[in-house]
Design a protein around this ligand. Structure first.
Ligand SMILES: *Cc1c(COP(=O)(O)O)cnc(C)c1O
Ligand code: SF4
Length: 397
């Protein structure tokens, strides 16, 4: 951990390795995408790779592509192979191994698709997978079976049938655009998709899941914000795992989205060696609040193929929530969830604060371990009721 990781101050890591580059290029999101670090040679030119990383990069080409924006690459600690940023985006040899509990589609999405690209698991809302590309690729991605496009399986979103399905299914009031990362689309293309969704009267609520504000804050232009603003109520869920990811550029990009009236939530994945401690999680959620982002979910890492080196036990997640609840601002505390393996949806997991639930009362413990009893309501007795009636009568004359 760098000394600054727990410090609430925001810092910029630019231009870092790209100090020779013209400033206007650096601020151009297209330049950032064109100049992603995506080969062994690119990595070797900048980092001292370990043997485990080198093998991981060589094996990743047919599984989940490696790509890292220059902005995000600068957050890497070049001398520390256990750097929390490095663990998230540089493949390791462990990724090539499939543990017996692991799956290609851990949340059972493919079996809940009425139309390719549309996952309808819950009664009133759908997940709409609109692209398989991201600005950078997370090694633990739950959708790595299709994301990045190098694996055997491909995402084939059926646009017209998907819109038809949404038009016909009046029970769908909430559409979540995800992928891949929808904010990689041009303003124009996104505008058309949002306009089409907004033309469906029963769709009340639209949200976008995106890691672009973190990987590529340059993409959050005033023009993008002005376009998104036309489609309210629109929420955005970002994905941040470690406080170092919240740089000055990211804070400013999130501020532009918040200024456009977009409520912002954050989804984190609990990852071994990245954010599996109370102190890192606390620094992360405090910085998120300073960026006007409300922590929404903390996910237990899905049982995705090749993730065992990044996963923790469930108990570790519970103890992180214990370390937050009561100890800091309630707004800062995400809901810890497990996406039920095979397709159960998000299941909330909480520390147990109910010590006993006998007839007539519950026995509780608070965040400090003190015990409290909360009794059930006592019904009023006939004699007490009679006495109150008498008292009321005596006042009416
Ligand atoms: C996460 C998810 C949603 C949205 O769930 P919320 O709890 O409302 O945020 C919807 N559909 C699918 C398939 C999901 O995985
Ligand atoms: S940004 Fe999201 S969809 Fe893209 S690789 Fe990371 S976890 Fe997967």
């Amino acid at each position: 951990m760098r000394p600054t990781d727990l410090d609430p101050a925001f810092i910029s890591h630019a231009p870092g390795y790209w100090s020779e580059e013209a400033t206007e290029n650096w601020h151009d999101h297209r330049w950032q995408l064109r100049n992603r670090v995506d080969s062994l040679a690119d990595l070797d030119a900048r980092l001292n790779l370990t043997d485990e990383e080198r093998a991981g990069v060589l094996l990743a080409g047919t599984k989940l592509a490696m790509a890292i924006t220059p902005h995000f690459f600068n957050l890497i600690d070049r001398d520390d192979p256990n750097c929390p940023i490095r663990r998230q985006i540089i493949p390791r040899i462990d990724e090539g191994w499939t543990a017996p509990e692991e799956m290609a589609d851990p949340c059972g999405e493919d079996s809940h698709m009425p139309v390719p690209g549309l996952v309808h698991r819950y009664p009133d809302r759908v997940l709409f997978l609109v692209t398989d590309r991201c600005a950078s690729y997370c090694r633990y991605c739950t959708r790595s079976r299709v994301v990045s496009g190098v694996g055997e399986q491909h995402l084939e979103t059926q646009w017209e049938p998907a819109f038809k399905y949404l038009e016909q299914h009046t029970e769908v009031r909430d559409v979540l655009l995800s992928g891949g990362d929808p904010l990689l689309f041009s303003d124009d293309r996104l505008d058309k998709i949002l306009t089409r969704l907004r033309s469906i009267p029963h769709i009340q609520f639209v949200r976008i899941g995106s890691r672009i504000p973190i990987f590529l804050p340059q993409r959050i232009t005033p023009e993008l914000c002005a376009m998104l603003k036309k489609h309210h109520p629109l929420f955005i869920s970002v994905h941040t795992n470690h406080p170092r990811e919240l740089t000055t550029e990211v804070r400013d990009a999130l501020g532009r989205l918040a200024d456009a009236g977009i409520p912002l939530g954050n989804q984190s994945v609990l990852l071994r060696g990245v954010n599996d401690s109370v102190e890192v999680q606390k620094a992360l959620v405090h910085k998120l609040l300073m960026c006007r982002v409300r922590p929404y979910y903390l996910y237990q890492c899905d049982l995705i193929t090749g993730s065992s080196h990044l996963r923790t036990s469930v108990a570790e997640g519970v103890s992180i929530i214990e370390g937050l609840r009561g100890h800091t601002t309630g707004y800062a505390i995400p809901q810890f969830v497990i996406d039920g393996p095979g397709g159960g949806g998000k299941i909330p997991i909480n520390p147990n604060y109910v010590v006993d639930a006998a007839a007539g009362k519950v026995t509780l413990r608070n965040f400090e371990g003190n015990i409290f009893e909360y009794p059930d309501p006592t019904p009023i007795s006939a004699s007490a009721l009679e006495e109150l009636h008498q008292r009321a009568l005596s006042r009416s004359v």
